[in-house]
Design a protein around this ligand. Structure first.
Ligand code: SME
Length: 165
């Protein structure tokens, strides 16, 4: 039960749009446990709904963040713990909102068009197993609504793909 879900949003209000998105997401990932498959569809759904410039996951493998499923232009393959926004979110085990990537020391620029960014960790048994990375081509795109709603979305995704492990 995936192909029938239309991720075009019917509302302009951001909070309502996330609520609508989350309801559809629950149907999209229901009973699906494969990490790559779920991340691929979640990236696609987020991009389609919100029109973000870049949406994707980096997955912790051999103590490094390795590029996972994404939607957008090509990106760097690996990020070390503590490096860039993704590696910092991994190290701190918390969401990082960057209103202006040029003002984030060590930001890794995969595209010059990226202006602001949010990175949300996905936890498996208390450890960071992956991060969701979203880039915008506009400054200051992400606020507390994005943070809390994307954290909720990441908890749903983590529960689906990591609960059996
Ligand atoms: N900007 C990220 C790197 C990944 S790309 O944005 C897709 C960072 O600083 O970690």
């Amino acid at each position: 039960m995936t192909a029938e879900i239309d991720f075009n949003s019917t509302t302009e209000n951001k909070k309502s749009r996330y609520e609508e998105f989350t309801r559809k997401l629950e149907a999209l990932i229901y009973n699906e446990h494969d990490e790559v498959s779920v991340m691929a569809n979640v990236s696609s759904a987020l991009k389609e709904t919100f029109g973000f410039f870049w949406v994707g996951f980096y997955i912790v493998k051999d103590n490094i963040l390795s590029l996972g499923p994404f939607q957008g232009s090509v990106a760097c393959y690996r990020i070390k713990k503590g490096n860039g926004v993704c590696g910092t979110a991994w190290e701190r085990k918390e969401t990082i909102v960057v209103p202006d990537v040029e003002r984030f020391p060590g930001h890794i620029a995969c595209s010059q068009l990226s202006k602001s960014e949010i990175v949300v960790p996905l936890l498996r048994q208390g450890d960071v197993a992956a991060v969701l990375d979203i880039d915008s081509d506009r400054l200051d795109s992400f606020d507390d609504t994005d943070k809390s709603c994307l954290e909720h979305i990441c908890r749903l995704v983590s529960a689906n793909i990591y609960s059996g492990q």
